[in-house]
Ligand binder design. Structure first.
Ligand code: SF4
Length: 262
């Protein structure tokens, strides 16, 4: 089991023994800055949506958005291949905040066509097959979820992987014709878990079982201590190809032009 980052395990070992925590004033400043970004999005980019994968980072943003009552719609892509623990997050959010996350599902005819042609688990065969599955189950539904909005928000952080090292807080997402915000871009994993613990934010049980990054069940495994936090995602692929296409343009990883500082 990897070194615990999550609240439940942190209670059995003091956080200060587990990892070096930043002074609370640093995190408070970061939270206030993030809150300000979300308020600006709600004010200047309405209508705006937040694409939540129901992972830890997304729960931080969910907590900030819902507690502030910001008019930002939260949706999630229900691919049809999620863990039961991830599916349980819809009810957890409803119970904790009284909020129904908008569920976006793939078009059944596209799923049927992909499976009939390639097989249910063809994504293990090649990067192209995997991206084809991600397109049907994630990218196409994302396009429908984003349509008609001025901005969308993600819980991505720079420290999550080599493909996100230059992630800006605000981008011009030309592919979708709107602004894209990554308000947690400069948050650390410790920041995320400190916020979750201190604010009693509900989170996916898989985080307690060695899953720092959670995607579809057949494409995500637990990681070992010392492994990269994204090592459990599409673990059979090269690290440079590990994006699902939600943040790609024409199939290429593109760090779209940053248009403004945080
Ligand atoms: S993560 Fe795996 S199962 Fe989910 S859409 Fe992508 S290839 Fe398909």
């Amino acid at each position: 089991m990897r070194a615990a980052r999550c609240p439940s395990t942190a209670t059995s070992a003091p956080a200060s023994d587990e990892h070096t925590r930043k002074p609370m004033s640093d995190l408070n400043a970061r939270v206030n800055e993030t809150r300000g970004i979300l308020e600006r999005i709600a004010r200047d980019f309405s209508p705006a949506v937040f694409a939540s994968s129901l992972a830890a980072e997304d729960m931080v943003l969910t907590d900030l958005i819902l507690k502030a009552g910001l008019p930002i719609t939260i949706f999630s892509l229900e691919t049809g291949r999620l863990h039961k623990e991830t599916l349980a997050m819809f009810d957890k959010v409803k119970a904790h905040y009284g909020y129904d996350i908008v569920v976006m599902r793939p078009k059944q005819e596209l799923v049927d066509e992909y499976v009939a042609k390639n097989g249910l688990n063809a994504f293990y065969d090649s990067v192209e097959m995997r991206k084809g599955c991600c397109y049907v189950r994630k990218v196409e539904p994302l396009g429908r979820a984003l349509a008609g909005n001025k901005a969308w928000i993600t819980g991505q952080r720079r420290a999550q992987s080599t493909t996100r090292l230059e992630l800006p807080v605000q981008e011009d997402d030309a592919a979708h014709g709107m602004a894209k915000f990554n308000p947690l871009a400069d948050w650390s994993e410790d920041d995320v878990w400190t916020y979750i613990r201190d604010n009693n934010v509900p989170y996916n049980d898989l985080h307690d079982r060695g899953y720092p990054s959670i995607g579809c069940e057949p494409c995500t495994r637990a990681i070992q201590p010392g492994e990269d936090v994204r090592a459990g995602r599409w673990w059979w692929e090269n690290a440079d190809s590990k994006e699902c296409g939600l943040h790609l343009v024409d199939g290429k990883l593109i760090r779209i032009k940053s248009v403004a500082p945080a």
